[in-house]
Design a protein around this ligand. Sequence first.
Ligand SMILES: [Zn+2]
Length: 94
Amino acid sequence: MPCGVCTRGARYAFAGPAGERVLRCTRHAIVYPGVRDRALQVAAVVGLVLFAINQLDVVMQGGLTAVVAGKIVLTFAVPFSVSTYSALQVSRLG
Ligand SMILES: [Zn+2]
């Protein structure tokens, strides 16, 4: 079965807005609105909490360096990745 957007094989299935079955390859599953938007919400909430726990004091003391900025990016990237991975695992075909 092909992806609903490109010619690659579908690896994931989602429920569409009208309840229809939406098929996507890996590349298009990652950016599928339901997966992407939920991952962004999770990253915003969880990332903000982790940022406050781990880096807020450093930033407030003026210690924002390139290394700290990189850690802040990872602080938001990790929950985004975990949410996306989890959503894709439960939507896998076969
Ligand atoms: Zn595709």
